[in-house]
Design a protein. Structure first.
Length: 270
């Protein structure tokens, strides 16, 4: 069982490239350290931080003798991290580490980083007390960064863009000819890759899983409250035939459409 700790990493003028199976937070402390992923790279100074997903290969190079980072290795089996995640809206991996990101530090985070660096470098911070302090600082910074991103305009616009009311309206308008990812992305004015990424972040489901869930909501509604034959419901929901609809309904609801209808009071199978 690992512990999630904050540590100082003096880079100086060293360089290298590595990857690991756990995510990291890299917080600019002193000087400038160049960090690079396959897609992009930036200098990380005292006003920058980097969110590094697990298994993301990244390089680093210190630009001066004073180049230094504060590093948090996220250990998901750490009980303290599990306790934090149990009270958060979404898992850390989904919210912070879905892709490599360079972010500006807010003034409050910069202040915390500066104070943490001072405390970790104090001669009295050693042994067990130093480890406790390193964990407390790690969790405090994780919580602050999580909250800052939760309140960011990007996050707010994503929630507005992926409003369930809007999505359900778009899906319902084409319920008999279900939207594919390209069509839905076009309606939302975004790329297919961004559409997929945002759905997974916001709903923990792919766009097609979300659309299928909406179709199954209508299936249950019609089976409960109408006398439509199962075959008609299948066609109304865009399925090629009754068999494919029945298989999808069984996977979703655990029973066949006919059995589901039989279980409803006042209705019989048609």
């Amino acid at each position: 069982m690992g512990q999630t700790l904050l540590r100082k990493n003096r880079i100086a003028r060293t360089s290298g490239e590595h990857r690991h199976d756990f995510p990291q937070l890299l917080l600019g402390c002193r000087g400038v350290t160049e960090c690079e992923f396959d897609s992009n790279g930036q200098g990380v100074g005292p006003d920058k931080m980097v969110l590094v997903p697990g298994d993301a290969s990244h390089g680093y190079e210190g630009k001066g003798e004073d180049s230094e980072l504060l590093v948090i290795d996220i250990q998901f089996d750490d009980p303290a991290v599990q306790l934090f995640e149990s009270t958060a809206d979404r898992a850390l991996n989904d919210h912070l580490f879905n892709s490599p990101r360079f972010l500006d530090m807010s003034p409050s985070i910069r202040s915390l980083v500066a104070h943490a660096a001072w405390q970790l470098g104090h001669p009295t911070t050693t042994g067990d007390s130093g480890q406790v302090l390193a964990q407390q600082w790690a969790l405090m910074l994780i919580a602050q960064i999580y909250q800052t991103l939760e309140q960011s305009p990007e996050h707010a616009s994503r929630r507005q863009l992926l409003s369930p009311a809007l999505l359900n309206r778009l899906i319902d308008q084409r319920i008999a000819e279900p939207l594919d990812n390209r069509q839905l992305a076009h309606l939302l004015n975004m790329s297919v890759s961004r559409l997929h990424r945002l759905f997974v972040m916001e709903f923990e489901a792919t766009p097609q899983q979300y659309i299928m869930s909406r179709r199954m909501e209508w299936a249950r509604h019609w089976l409960k409250l109408s006398q439509k034959p199962v075959g008609v419901i299948a066609l109304d929901l865009g399925f090629a035939d009754t068999a494919s609809f029945s298989r999808a309904f069984q996977r979703c609801c655990g029973v066949s459409p006919s059995r589901f209808r039989q279980q409803q009071p006042g209705l019989s199978a048609v």
